[in-house]
Ligand binder design. Structure first.
Ligand code: SF4
Length: 272
C-alpha cells in the first residue's frame, strides 16, 4: 500500500507521462485545418477570447471553440476577428450562448476594453512577465470568470514554457506566446505556481473522486490537489484530468477499469 507522499508522486508520474497524455488526447481540433488557421496564424486575435466566452454550461468545447469561425464568416463576412472589427458589431447579432444567454454584449465590451487598456489582444498577453498578472488582466474582462481566465493563462503558459512537453500540435494561444518570447527573449514566464487547475466540471468531479469525496472537489481542494501533485505549475495537470473526466470518469457509471488513475483513486473500488 502506498503512503501519502508516494501516492502524490504516483499521481504526478501518471498525469505528466507523455505517452498517457498522448493516448488520452484524441483532440477533435487537431486535424481541423480551418480552426488551426484561425487560432495559429495570428490574424484573428479576438478568436481565443470569444471561444472562451462561449466555453461554458452545456456547450461542448468543440462547439464553443468553433463559434469564432462562424462569427468570422457570417457576421464579419470573412474579415479578421480583431478588436477593431468586433467592437462595432451590433451585440444582438452574435450567436446565443448556453440556454440562450446573450454573449454579444460581453464580446463587444471586451473588444473596446482591450483597445482602451492595452491597444491590442497581443499586448494584453505580453504586458507582463508574470503569468499571474496576465491571469488578472483576463479576469477583468466580462464573462471571463476564474475558470476561463485560468484556462487561458494555463494554455498561454504552456505555449511559452512547456511547448516541447505538450502533446497537442498547436494551441489557441501560440501566436501570443511567440510574441511574448520575442519581447522577452531572455526571461522566463514567472509565477506559474500561482496558476491553479481551472475549476472545470470534469476536473472537480475527477479530483473529488480521487480524494474520496461523494461530491465534487471544492475550489480549495482542487487548488490544494494541484499544489501537491505539481507545485511548480499546478495547471499543467489540468488537461489529463479534464480528459479523464470526459473519457472515463462520467457522472454516471465511470469506467474505472479503463482509467489510468484506478490505482490511486479512492473512489475506484466503490464505483467500479
Ligand atoms: S478511477 Fe474511476 S472514479 Fe477514479 S478518476 Fe478514474 S474513472 Fe473516476
Amino acid at each position: 500500500m502506498e503512503n501519502k507522499s508516494q501516492r502524490w508522486a504516483t499521481l504526478r508520474r501518471i498525469l505528466t507521462d507523455k505517452k498517457i497524455r498522448r493516448k488520452l488526447d484524441q483532440s477533435p481540433f487537431e486535424e481541423w485545418e480551418e480552426l488551426r488557421k484561425l487560432y495559429t496564424e495570428g490574424r484573428d486575435p479576438m478568436a481565443p477570447i470569444i471561444g472562451a466566452i462561449y466555453d461554458e454550461g452545456q456547450f461542448r468545447a468543440e462547439i464553443a471553440w468553433s463559434i469564432p469561425l462562424i462569427i468570422k464568416y457570417t457576421i464579419l463576412r470573412g474579415k479578421p476577428l480583431t478588436p477593431q472589427n468586433v467592437k462595432s458589431v451590433d451585440p444582438r447579432k452574435f450567436p446565443p450562448g448556453p440556454r440562450g444567454k446573450n454573449m454579444g454584449k460581453a464580446i463587444v465590451h471586451n473588444a473596446r476594453e482591450i483597445l482602451d487598456r492595452w491597444g491590442s489582444v497581443e499586448n494584453l498577453f505580453t504586458s507582463s512577465t508574470s503569468a499571474f498578472e496576465i491571469y488578472e488582466n483576463l479576469l477583468s474582462l466580462e464573462q471571463i470568470g476564474k475558470k476561463k481566465a485560468l484556462m487561458l493563462t494555463k494554455d498561454f503558459a504552456i505555449a511559452v514554457e512547456y511547448r516541447k512537453m505538450r502533446t497537442e500540435k498547436w494551441c489557441w494561444l501560440d501566436p501570443f506566446a511567440d510574441q511574448w518570447k520575442r519581447k522577452y527573449p531572455k526571461e522566463k514566464l514567472r509565477e506559474l505556481e500561482k496558476i491553479s487547475i481551472p475549476p472545470d466540471v470534469h476536473c472537480i468531479r475527477v479530483v473529488g473522486r480521487i480524494i474520496g469525496k461523494e461530491k465534487e472537489a471544492t475550489e480549495k481542494e482542487l487548488k490544494e490537489f494541484g499544489r501537491r501533485v505539481y507545485p511548480e505549475f499546478p495547471a499543467w495537470i489540468d488537461t489529463p484530468l479534464w480528459l479523464i473526466g470526459r473519457n472515463y470518469c462520467h457522472q454516471e457509471k465511470p469506467e474505472c477499469g479503463k482509467c489510468y488513475l484506478k490505482r490511486v483513486c479512492n473512489m475506484a473500488k466503490n464505483v467500479s
